[in-house]
Design a binder for this molecule. Structure first.
Ligand code: NAP
Length: 323
């Protein structure tokens, strides 16, 4: 089996590469051109040196680049994880966000339709598409996004359905709720908290600055979530699936558990700063992954407390502090 992963240098790209390589796939990864390549996750996981892994420079917003790879790659599967992923930044860069998260996905679908119609496609959709719909969210819940990130992802989500229904492409979308790991980007709140707590423990800083502490999210472990992506492309019929734990917790809860893990009193260690608040926020997200459980046989192995322990263990090691 041959697979192409866009956004391969990101958190999910690294976990998915590892999963597919372990299953015997040849994996090509696509990463956009920056002044320096952002390959630290792939290096730490030993993926860069794997004989069945090749990293290409390529941008999903460039049809010429995507057409080339889809045409010559002979891929059985393409996983589109490439995106502008930081929701807060999407308010400042709505046009770039739409180009990458919206049109970037369509560039790949169009290339598949024209050059490789048997290739199966996975789209990284998101719980941010629901906005403030509330309740236990499933595939049929109303989607009313409140950020340029969510709006661009919803456009791509609808286009996946369009290419599936009108062009017969085996295209599936995973509506993934928050999933984290020690390989999450440092600007994301889960990693920022765990890194900050470990730095406090190491005596490097004395507090952490955060935005809205009351936002509630359904947090899972990235290692579990990439398995769901792979399972979706194993199905005879393409479809959309919510992937979530079914449990929602506030950022305040996450903080409390992270400080408990480091055995530090949280009192006086958190400052809120409006700079870190979103222009419009999703207050609460909780997903119902019953369809994925029934059809894919997918279940999460880690709840939030296990996830926080995994992340805190990694950050304490990074900052060389014991408990
Ligand atoms: P991530 O760590 O931020 O990785 C995103 C990747 O996309 C990076 O490798 C980035 O490369 C790449 N990228 C950015 N612009 C690109 C472009 N124009 N062309 C090709 N690649 C580009 O994000 P993640 O957590 O792994 O998420 C993977 C996917 O799942 C994303 O589409 C995200 O929106 C979606 N998702 C994530 C979550 C979550 O909780 N993690 C939840 C729902 C959906 P550089 O780093 O080099 O810029």
């Amino acid at each position: 089996m041959r697979a192409l992963i866009t956004g391969v240098t990101g958190q999910d790209g690294a976990y998915l590469s590892k999963l597919l390589l372990d299953k015997g796939y040849d994996v090509d990864g696509l990463s956009p051109r920056h002044s320096t390549l952002n390959t630290w996750r792939l290096e730490e996981m030993g993926i860069c040196d794997h004989p069945s892994f090749t990293l290409f420079v390529g941008d999903i917003t460039c049809p010429a680049s995507i057409n080339f790879h889809v045409k010559v790659g002979g891929y059985d599967e393409i996983y589109n994880l490439g995106a502008m992923t930081f929701v807060a930044e999407s308010f400042n860069s709505p046009i770039a966000t739409m180009h990458i998260n919206g049109l970037g996905s369509v560039n790949i679908l169009e290339a598949i339709k024209n050059h490789s119609p048997k290739t199966r496609f996975y789209q990284a959709s998101t719980s941010e598409m629901f906005g403030n719909t509330g309740g236990m969210l499933n595939e049929d819940s109303p989607m009313i996004p409140v950020s340029p990130y969510g709006i661009a992802k919803l456009y791509a989500h609808h286009m996946v359905k369009y290419y599936r229904e009108h062009h017969g492409i085996h295209a599936s979308a995973g509506i993934l709720f928050n999933h984290e790991s020690p390989y999450r980007g440092i600007e994301f709140v889960s990693r920022k908290i765990c890194d900050g707590v470990a730095q406090i423990k190491a005596g490097k800083i004395d507090h952490i600055e955060l935005g809205n502490l009351d936002a509630c999210r359904d947090w899972g472990y990235a290692g579990d979530y990439v398995k769901a992506m792979w399972l979706m492309l194993r199905q005879d019929t393409p479809d959309d699936y919510v992937i979530a734990t079914g449990e929602t917790r506030s950022i305040n809860y996450f903080l409390g558990r992270a400080f408990d893990n480091a055995d530090i009193d949280m009192c006086g260690r958190i400052k809120t700063n409006d700079v870190f608040k979103r222009k419009s926020d999703v207050h609460i997200l909780c997903g119902d992954a019953a369809k994925a459980g029934k059809k894919l046989g997918w279940v999460p192995t880690a709840g939030i407390d296990t996830l926080i322990k995994i992340m805190m263990d990694a950050e304490m090691e990074r900052h060389e502090v014991g408990r």
